[in-house]
Write a protein of this length. Structure first.
Length: 199
């Protein structure tokens, strides 16, 4: 009603039915109120990713979908916050940092779950998941139409196929690499014959 800058901590505490001191015990300031659910979500995602997952790439996508479902459950509240954040430079900066925290969580999880993974692959996949999530979420926030979670899951299916890490595997392609091993004593002609039969 009054805008972010014009609303005092006292007004927020009064509206919430708590004392000013209780407010400051729970939150460091007004910024923390705006992003409070992100702290809860990040903690939930850490717990989720700490569980065993058959496919770490799919686990990262599933974690991101959890965040989307949280905001999609109350799109009006999400849209109000989006409007406030867009108008206040300090909140926009805080949002950028918050988005990076999700990206870093996904990156660190992939490196831990897949020892030996090229860090560039971990960073790239984490960044793509986060970017796709934010694109679909902005559609929800900027439009009054419903944006189902399937929009995001379909996008992640495509992303995992593009990255070659989809849980369902990939159809064979012309440029696929095949690795075969043969006894050193096997004649080269027999190796060639067996390889040609695999085409």
């Amino acid at each position: 009603r009054h805008g972010y800058e014009q609303t005092s901590v006292e007004q927020i505490a009064q509206s919430a039915g708590v004392s000013r001191s209780t407010f400051f015990r729970q939150f460091g300031g007004k910024d923390d109120v705006v992003f409070a659910d992100h702290e809860v979500l990040l903690a939930q995602l850490r717990d989720f990713l700490a569980e065993p997952h058959e496919n770490p790439w799919a686990a990262v996508c599933a974690a991101s979908v959890q965040v989307f479902r949280h905001f999609a459950a109350d799109p009006e509240l999400a849209r109000h916050r989006y409007a406030v954040v867009r108008e206040v430079p300090s909140l926009r900066d805080r949002e950028i940092v918050t988005v990076f925290r999700y990206e870093r969580l996904f990156d660190e999880y992939l490196r831990h779950a897949l020892p030996g993974l090229d860090p560039i692959d971990a960073v790239a996949f984490a960044a793509m998941v986060t970017a796709v999530h934010n694109h679909v979420l902005r559609r929800l926030l900027r439009d009054t139409k419903r944006v189902p979670a399937s929009t995001l899951t379909d996008a992640y299916d495509d992303l995992m196929h593009r990255f070659g890490v989809h849980p369902d595997g990939e159809p064979p392609a012309d440029d696929d690499l095949m690795v075969a091993s043969f006894p050193r004593r096997m004649p080269a002609a027999e190796v060639a014959r067996r390889l040609s039969s695999l085409r």
